[in-house]
Design a protein around this ligand. Sequence first.
Ligand code: GLC
Length: 593
Amino acid sequence: MPTLLRKKIFVLFTVFLFLFLQTTCKNKNPSPVTAEKPDILEELVASMTLAEKIGQMTQAERQDITDGDIRKYALGSILSGGGSTPAYNTPGSWVAMINGFVKESLETRLGIPVIYGLDAVHGNSNAANATIFPHNVGLGAIAAGNIEKGAAASYTAGLITAKEMLACGVRWTFAPVLGIAEDVRWGRTYESYSENADIVSVMGVNAIKGLQDGGAAACMKHFLGEGQTVNGRNQGNALLDREGIERILPPYRAAINAGALSLMPSFSSVNGIKMHQNKELLTDLLKGEMGFKGFIISDWDAISQLTGGNYKAKIARAVNAGVDMVMATNGRNMWMDFIKNLTALVEEGIVPVSRIDDAVLRILRFKQSIGLLDNPLTNNAGQIGTTENRSIARKIVTESLVLLRNEKNVIAKLPSYKRILVTGQGANDIGMQCGGWTITWQGNHGRTTAGTTILEGIREAAKDASVTYAQDGKTNGIFDVVIAVIGEDPYAETQGDRTDNINLHMFDIDMLKEVYKYNCPVIVIMLSGRPMTIGDEYLNWDAFIAAWLPGTEGGGIADMLFTDLNFTGRTPYTWRKTIKGEILYPFGYGLTK
Ligand code: GLC
C-alpha cells in the first residue's frame, strides 16, 4: 500500500480515535487541573505536523491576529494584554470574541481548541464592572494577622475571580504571583503577598485552589527570584546561591503540589542569566528535581529581551532552556517570525524534535486537564460584579486593613462625631483604590469601573453626621474629625519602581497641612501598593490605617471605621521611615483597636 495512503489512513484513524474518546469520555465538569497524561495525547502529538506543533507553542495577542490566522497557523493560545478588551466590554462580548477564536481553532485539521488567557490578578480585572478584590498585598495583610483567615480570603477571591472569568468565557489567568518581595522599591511589591515566604506559599496555594475549584486554570509566576533583584529593580538581577534559591522555592513547590499546570518565568535574571534562557532552573530544577509536569509560558515578548544574538538565536536558547509556549506579542510579525524561526531551528537540528514534542505534550495535557478539549466553547455569558460577590469582597477589604496608630482610641469615637471632613483624592477615586491591572494595564484615577468609594462608604455609614468632602482639604467650617486619604497613583510593573524613598505626593503633603489647621483629630488612610516612607509625619496623625489597594469595595473601610469590629490585619512588609532606614512598624505589626 502506497506510503502516502498508509499515512493518510493512520492520520484519519488517530483523528477518529481522538474524536471518539472526546465524545465518549466527555467530562461534563472540567476537572480541576491535574497532572494526568492520557496516552491519547502522546498519539495525537505523534500525528501532528511540525507546523501544527509549533502552532500550539505560539501565543498571540488578540489585536495581533486577523481572521483565518488561528486556522492557518493552528495557534495554541490567544491572550489579552492588560487592558486589551473587546469593543464592548461586556461578558457577552467577551464570550462572543473568545468563542470566535475557539471555533476557528476547531476548524483546523486536528481541531485542537485554542486557550485564551489574561491577567485576572485581583478579580477578572480587565472586565468592566467586575468585582475587584484587594491586590495581593492586602490579602497578605490578612494572612500576616491570621494565616487561616488569609488562606480563606485568598481561596474565596480565587473562586469568585474564576466564576467571573468563566462568565466572560476566560479559562486561564496569569496568576498568582509567587514572588517574595524583599525590597519595597520594586514596582510589583503589591502583586506579591508578603516578604514572608510562608505567607506567600499559603496564599498562593489557596489562590490556585480557588481558581481551579472555580473551573479556571492558574499560572504561577514569575519564576524565579523576581523579588530578590538588586535594589528591587523590576526585571533586574538577583544574586542567589543555592541556599538563596532554596529559600524562595517553597511557594512554587507548594503550588505544584496544589496542581498548578502552567508557569511563567520572570523577566529578571539570576546571577546574570536571564530566567527565560536559564536551562538549569527551568528544566533541571523546575521540571526535573521539582517534577513540574505542566508547561512554561514566556512573559510578554520576553524572548526579544534576551541578551546576545538575533531573534532566532534567542528563540533557540529559550525553547532549549525549557520554555514551552511563547507569548510572542508586540505585533503580528513577532509571532509569525517566531513560527518561521523555530521551524528553521528544528529543521537545522538546533532545537531537537524531542524538545518540541515535550512542549506540545505539556500544553495538550494542560488543555485536557482543564476540560478545554472536552468542552471548548462557552455556552452563554454569565454575571459579573454581582451584589453577592461585592459583599464578599467588601468583607475581605475589612479584614485587610491594618491599624497602625490610634491615639486615645479616636476610631471608637467616630460614630459620635457629627461634623466630619473627608479629604484627599483617594477618598473619592475607584481607580486609586484598585491600583494597576484594573481595566487597563497601568490603572487610572477616577471612576474607572463600578464600585463604592471610601467617601461613599463613609456617607452611607455616618448617616447622622454631616459629611463634607474637600479633595485638597481647603474649606470653611468647624469639624469634629478629619478623615484624610493619601497614597500612590495607580501603576504596574516598572512604572512603580523607585530608586529611593517612596515619599508622599506633594498634593497629599499640602492637603495634610490644610487639615492640621482645623485642630481636630486627623485619621489618615493610605492607599498604596506597599509601605510608603513617611518619616515622622505620622506623629501628626491621631490614627493611621494602611488600606493597601482594596479594589472596588471601598465601603469596607467605612465598615471598620464606624463599627466596633477589631482590626485583624497586620503589615505583610517591614515598614521603614525611609528606605533602608529605621523600622517604624515591623513585619506583622498592627493594632486590634
Ligand atoms: C506582563 C507581566 C506578566 C503578565 C504578562 C501578560 O509584562 O510581566 O505578569 O502576565 O505581561 O500581560
